[in-house]
Design a protein around this ligand. Structure first.
Ligand code: FES
Length: 162
């Protein structure tokens, strides 16, 4: 292979790398068909799923469901007149969280991280470093419907198992 051929191949390689970088910079953080914007934020959209009744949630304060599949436990809670929902796997090492309806916190029995249900699953204290994945829900009449997740369910590379 001549020196000129090697130079031309290198030029082609660097042009391809520069082109790929420019394309990546032009389309930030959108995962093929999964991400949508909502009021400036983004979440991962999955199949819509009816998770329960608003009246029943108001009475009991909590509603267990799974989303986006049967192996992903979640809890909807009624806080400050709003329905909020979260994955119930701790973001530290995946232990199942316990919800305290009196102070609207999720507590991890493994290493005692604590998360605030009223503040979008924000971590209050503990070993975890991330807030709880929030499940987006919509209330229509008495029906509560899940439609997306902001965050990654513990232990997954993708929220939707194939
Ligand atoms: S697994 Fe929850 S704090 Fe460690």
């Amino acid at each position: 292979m001549s020196k000129q051929t090697i130079r031309n191949e290198r030029r082609g390689f660097f042009k391809a790398v520069a082109g790929a970088a420019a394309t990546a910079a032009a389309s930030p953080a959108l995962f093929a068909g999964e991400a949508k914007h909502e009021g400036g934020g983004a979440y991962l959209a999955y199949d819509r799923k009816k998770i329960g009744s608003l009246e029943a949630l108001k009475k009991s304060g909590t509603l267990n469901f799974s989303y986006p599949d049967a192996q992903s436990p979640c809890l909807a809670v009624y806080v400050d007149g709003e329905v909020k929902a979260y994955s119930t796997l701790c973001t530290h090492k995946g232990c199942p969280l316990v919800y305290n309806n009196d102070n609207h916190t999720f507590v991890c029995p493994c290493h005692f991280s604590k998360f605030d249900a009223a503040k979008n699953g924000e971590m209050i204290i503990g070993q975890a470093t991330e807030e709880l994945p929030r499940v987006y829900v919509e209330v229509k009449g008495d029906e509560i419907v899940a439609y997306g997740i902001d965050g990654l369910v513990f232990g997954r590379e993708s929220n939707k198992l194939s």
